[in-house]
Design a protein around this ligand. Structure first.
Ligand SMILES: Nc1ncnc2c1ncn2[C@@H]1O[C@H](COP(=O)(O)OP(=O)(O)OP(=O)(O)O)[C@@H](O)[C@H]1O
Length: 262
């Protein structure tokens, strides 16, 4: 791989919740993400996927190891690394256009330019008619597109998404996946998407990183060697699905077995 966009070396995190025992969420996690690569994190519940995104975003500190973006150690949040959550975290009192413009104001973009940029990017995600609407006037899928627009306006080179479509109905989810592939191609950013959906992983990823159960480590990394749009009727598509189902079932079984021997 040419210089990775993102490099994780021995990344570990132990949470120290007050009055409770420490939780080792991640231990010695290693991964390189290439520029423009689409990586999906798949793993059992509680294996540290969100924790890892927060650390890559610079919102939480690691308790071991190093995270680098383009060779620079990550120590704090940066516009270079966008993070989108399951529920679009837009400011409810601002219009969609002002939500997008808000981040640009922090970057020092002047008001008129902010307005133009916000309108442009909202048009590119199909929300050109919604500029003056407030978030609660939009559907869930539209809100998620607005959240994408807000993150993309900052031109991040890495865009992280934590189960972004989990709250959406099946049809909207499929549309959002197509939309995401389109903005991924246009933006040329690397994407890291966390999902519980095996189908979503096989439909979207260049590579799927399968986590072990907690403490999360890399169990295996599987490149998806299928053209896009993914041929869902192709036997190979189903082979990938079956393989991921087995890998996850293994980890869930292992976690249960460990709990029982404790
Ligand atoms: N702020 C926190 N303080 C203490 N423990 C935490 C905190 N955040 C997460 N944890 C613990 O760290 C572990 C990993 O949590 P995390 O949310 O990263 O897992 P996940 O893989 O994203 O789970 P899920 O798939 O269910 O969303 C869990 O045991 C969780 O309870």
């Amino acid at each position: 791989m040419a210089r990775p966009a993102l490099s994780l070396r021995n990344v570990s995190k132990t949470w120290m919740p007050e009055g409770r025992s420490p939780v080792i969420a991640l231990r010695d996690f290693d991964l390189d993400v290439a520029p423009g690569e689409f990586v999906v994190f798949l793993g059992p519940s509680g294996c540290g996927k969100s924790t890892l995104l927060y650390m890559i975003a610079g919102l939480e500190e690691t308790t071991g190891g190093v995270i680098e973006q383009n060779g620079r150690v990550v120590t704090e949040p940066s516009a270079e690394r966008g993070l989108i959550f399951q529920e679009a975290s837009l400011f409810p009192w601002l219009t969609i256009a002002d939500n997008v413009a808000f981040g640009l104001s922090i970057q020092g973009v002047l008001p008129q330019k902010r307005k133009e940029m916000a309108a442009d990017i909202l048009r590119s995600v199909g929300l050109g008619d919604m500029l003056d609407k407030k978030p609660d006037e939009l559907s869930g899928g539209m809100r998620q597109r607005a959240a994408c627009a807000r993150a993309l306006a900052m031109r991040p080179s890495v865009l992280m998404m934590d189960e972004p479509f989990a709250a959406l109905d099946v049809q909207t989810r499929a549309k959002m996946q197509d939309f995401l592939l389109q903005i991924w191609r246009d933006s040329k950013a690397s994407i890291i998407l966390v999902t519980h959906s095996i189908d979503e992983a096989v439909s979207l990823a260049d590579r799927v990183v399968v986590f072990t159960s907690r403490p999360g480590r890399v169990k295996t990394i599987v490149p998806i060697d299928l053209p896009r749009p993914r041929p869902t009727r192709d036997p190979r598509y189903h082979e990938y699905r079956d393989m991921f189902a087995e890998l996850l079932a293994d980890e869930v079984d292992r976690a249960f077995a460990e709990q029982e021997t404790r």
